[in-house]
Design a protein around this ligand. Structure first.
Ligand code: ATP
Ligand code: MG
Length: 445
């Protein structure tokens, strides 16, 4: 018997007072059986949306077309869906027709994986598990409800969901699913970019993205959804590196995940080298070189993340990290060089860039990077920051309107001159006075 939250018991009471059945379904049951706490509750019921609306004071009609409403109850937002037989197919071919049905068993049969097709009767506490989902959860295996090829070609998102769950839950994907994914690629191609992005993002944010990423490469999903990354498969790079570019990138991403790095660092770790296939040249000694690959990578990452409809803030930050990932510090750097480095990277991005460097280093040979390797640069940065030098336009002693009132016309020119003044101040912090900067601006203008 499973422990049921008292709030869910209260809700069950309300349903049974109206002679309705109500079950906890989906991820919450899966998580309970894994002895993990659930992050949200999905309920299934024979009550129709209108009936649920009458039972509770606050109900939001979040998906009436699919039989779903959201009940707001004691601080919880609980999705209640009427038993039905059809899923929301995302292949772009089938109409989203929904057939309501009488039993929980029929409702469970429309669900994607056995681990997601277990229901708990909230009134009796009994478990409904017609597809042996509890056993699969115990064995940590992801299997389709019914025939894998049929189920994956009904809904193109399921292929990616299977691999996403493997990364998030650390489960094995059944061979039947792996065999069916390549055959269902045509259906997956029709899924909207936003839904693909949501799954990709969950993979990137999981504890071990490599579990899904390697299976994506193996089944052709990478080739279809992230072709720039697929081009890295088999691209060899001898020298410091032990692995081809794809393996290196996936290892780097895993390391970023292990360090619990931000989404942008994880994306940058996976994508920082996608310019290498285009930049690759054999030198006269027969060694592969990849000069300026970071510039090509940055451009390709922008295109890819834009295509996947990531928000601009995520795109800009990831692209910036990728573009700067090749920084190379030497003890001979003058303080001006350290100041220019901070100004270029941005003080707020330094930690992320260093996290990316650690991930990149790990990806070269799969060996834990020496935490002391960035220490000399970090110390120099500390030193510069302690002196509160000017490191960005906002701390310059003059601004755009000062230049305007000097008679410099509005437009691009102002920005260019301000940046030249910043360059001058980064070289010599003593120049950061209004008088001196206006004098220089006069000469530049
Ligand atoms: P999580 O919320 O942790 O990502 P979840 O299993 O709750 O996992 P949801 O996307 O919230 O996943 O969906 C809830 C349930 O609805 C799933 O457990 C599954 O039973 C069913 N489901 C969701 N998407 C599909 C789909 N594409 N095909 C079939 N069933 C699905
Ligand atoms: Mg859920």
């Amino acid at each position: 018997m499973i422990h049921i939250d008292p709030v869910l018991k209260e809700i069950a009471h309300i349903f049974s007072a109206h002679q309705k059945k109500v079950y906890l379904v989906g991820g919450a049951v899966r998580d309970m059986l894994r002895k993990k706490s659930a992050h949200d509750w999905d309920l299934a019921s024979d009550a129709l949306c209108d009936e649920v609306c009458l039972m509770f004071r606050r109900v939001v009609k979040t998906g009436i077309k699919h039989g779903t409403v959201t009940v707001l109850y004691k601080g919880h937002a609980i999705e209640v869906t009427t038993f039905r037989t059809e899923a929301d197919y995302t292949d772009g071919r089938r109409p989203d027709t929904v057939q309501f049905t009488a039993t929980i068993e029929e409702d469970l049969s429309r669900r994607d994986f056995t681990m997601n097709a277990v229901a708990v009767d909230l009134v009796s506490g009994k478990i409904s598990d017609p597809f042996d989902g509890a056993e699969d959860i115990k064995k940590k295996i992801i299997r389709c409800v019914g025939n894998a090829e049929d189920r994956l070609s009904e809904d193109g998102l399921r292929s990616l969901r299977a691999l996403r769950f493997s990364s998030v839950l650390n489960f094995t994907v059944d061979d039947a699913i792996l065999a069916a994914i390549p055959r269902a690629l045509g259906v997956t191609a029709k899924v909207s970019s936003e839904r693909i992005r949501d799954e990709f993002e969950k993979i990137i944010l999981s504890q071990k993205p490599s579990l899904a990423l390697n299976l994506m490469a193996q089944t052709g999903l990478t080739r279809m959804l992230l072709p720039e990354l697929a081009d890295c498969i088999g691209v060899e790079q001898k020298g410091y590196h032990h692995f081809d570019v794809h393996t290196h990138s996936v290892l780097a991403c895993d390391y970023a995940a292990k360090q619990q790095a931000s989404k942008e660092v994880r994306l940058a770790a996976l994508l920082h080298d996608i310019g290498k296939p285009q930049a690759a040249k054999l030198d006269e000694r027969g060694i592969w070189t990849f000069y300026n690959h970071e510039k090509i990578s940055a451009r390709l990452v922008r295109d890819m993340l834009f295509r996947l409809r990531f928000p601009n803030g995520v795109i800009d930050k990831t692209v910036h990290l990728v573009a700067e990932h090749m920084f190379h510090y030497e003890d001979e750097w003058r303080s001006a060089a350290v100041r220019r480095f901070i100004a270029r990277v941005g003080e707020e991005n330094l930690e992320d860039l260093f996290a990316l460097r650690s991930a990149d280093t790990f990806g070269m040979a799969g060996i834990e990077p020496d935490p002391r390797s960035l220490l000399p640069l970090r110390l120099r940065i500390e030193d510069v920051l302690a002196k509160s030098c000017v490191l960005s336009l906002k701390n310059l002693a003059v601004n755009g309107s000062d230049l305007l009132s000097m008679g410099i016309p509005t437009g691009k020119r102002i920005g260019i001159i301000l940046n030249q003044l910043l360059e001058a101040v980064l070289e010599d912090p003593e120049l950061n006075t209004r008088g001196k900067l206006l004098e220089i601006a006069g000469k530049l203008g």
